[in-house]
Design a protein around this ligand. Structure first.
Ligand code: PLP
Length: 398
């Protein structure tokens, strides 16, 4: 027999990258001195790759809530929600989340990835699932585990979505699946277009609000509220690892749907529940999201500053106003050189290589948070200008 491990080899390009100083992954953070900066390689750098948009992971109230919960309820629950792992704290968070998002019920799970997989039983054999081309890997994994026929429409292309809905079997159920704010590009879904088509075709709308819940809309409810269409969102998933500054996730929607998922979603049924520390931290963050709109106003104003600065540097930046922007470099090696150049300039950004992005579309993803000052955003812009000058113009520069 051949060795089953013989496949465990990286492509040659990846091997070369791994051995070089350009390798952009698994860089250990040694400390978090605060002010939107971290320590790596013994040096303080600006964190420009985090999704902690409201800077709540470092909020003293959120940290204190987590620490208090560990003391009171322990470091873990050692069981799944369905058996021995449900805390009264989970139920409180579910009640508050459902009320916040205007849904009947919520189900708290242990990560945002798990929240996506929890959707799997919704994608049944008699359904067609229409997913935006750029939905997150976790949603594609849920689709692959599910039994519905998967059709993907071109990114935010409502003509394409309409065509797929028109040719779908009217005897089947239809679900449109999108992200609220897209994780790599930072642009928003065309919810007005999706809602209109869903109403015409009796389709259900499922939105992954991993990046937009807490950030967008007057009350922080996400892309639905931002578009004035929260009531058009049938099911919403969120994660606590971004705006909520901790770990965990949730699915919200009609009570019968959430009850069904609670009893059929294997990803949650067969996995341990969210520890008390993260649950208490998420509850505290939710309170802050509800009562301190100035935090999202601050980061959105900084995002405008970042975006206009990038446009002034000649980058083609799609409108959208969110704190995440991707600079499409194109070539993988060039992207790694760009990433490494930024690190030399004291900036830690994200290098997004295939399969996270389509082949030939390697990109540098930068994101800022409420902890960053205008002076830090200027530092980021100046580093991008310097590195562009050094490695040469990149694909999305005019
Ligand atoms: C759109 C989207 N959904 C789900 C997830 C998974 O969330 P988590 O990292 O909290 O598991 C992510 C994480 O990056 C994401 O961007």
């Amino acid at each position: 027999m051949t060795d089953a491990f013989s496949k465990c080899r990286l492509p040659r390009e990846a091997e070369a990258l791994l051995a070089s100083s350009l390798y952009p992954f698994y860089l250990p953070v040694e400390g978090r001195p605060g002010d939107g900066e971290v320590t790596v390689g013994g040096r303080r750098v600006l964190m420009a790759g985090s999704n902690d948009y409201l800077a709540l992971s470092d909020d003293p109230r959120v940290k204190a809530a987590g620490a208090e919960a560990v003391h009171r309820l322990g470091a873990g629950n050692s069981g799944s929600r369905v058996l021995n792992g449900t805390l009264a704290l989970h139920e409180r968070l579910e009640g508050e989340l459902a009320e916040f998002l205007g849904h009947e019920a919520a189900m708290v799970v242990s990560t945002g990835y798990q929240a996506s997989l929890t959707l799997c039983p919704l994608f049944g054999p008699d359904d067609v699932l229409l997913a935006d081309q750029y939905v997150h890997a976790s949603l594609l994994d849920a689709a692959r585990l599910g039994q519905a026929r998967l059709r993907r429409y071109r990114h935010n292309d409502m003509t394409h979505l309409a065509r797929l809905l028109e040719v779908a079997d009217p005897g089947q159920g239809a679900i449109v699946l999108t992200e609220g704010m897209f994780s790599v590009g930072g642009d928003l879904c065309d919810l007005p277009g999706i809602a209109k088509l869903a109403a015409v075709h009796d389709a259900r709308v499922v939105i992954d609000s991993a990046h937009d819940a807490g950030l967008l809309g007057a009350g922080g409810r996400g892309a639905g509220e931002h578009h004035g269409l929260q009531s058009a969102v049938d099911v919403q998933t969120i994660t606590f690892s971004k705006c909520f500054g901790t770990l965990g996730g949730a699915v919200t929607g009609p009570r019968h749907v959430i009850d069904y998922l609670r009893h059929s979603a294997r990803a949650a049924l067969f996995s341990a529940s969210l520890p008390a520390a993260c649950t208490a931290a998420a509850l505290t963050s939710l309170g802050i999201v509800r009562t301190e709109p100035e935090r999202r106003q601050r980061v959105l104003a900084a995002a405008e500053h970042l975006r206009s600065g990038l446009v002034a540097l000649g980058f083609a930046i799609p409108s959208g106003g969110t704190p995440t922007v991707s600079l499409v470099v194109g070539d993988n090696e060039l992207c790694c050189r760009f990433w490494s150049g930024l690190l030399d300039e004291g900036i830690l950004a994200n290098a997004m290589l295939p399969p996270s992005v389509p082949g030939g579309k390697a990109q540098i993803r930068v994101s800022i948070t409420a902890a960053h000052t205008e002076a830090q955003v200027d530092r980021l812009l100046s580093a991008i200008a310097t590195v562009t000058g050094r490695v040469g113009p990149i694909a999305c520069q005019e």
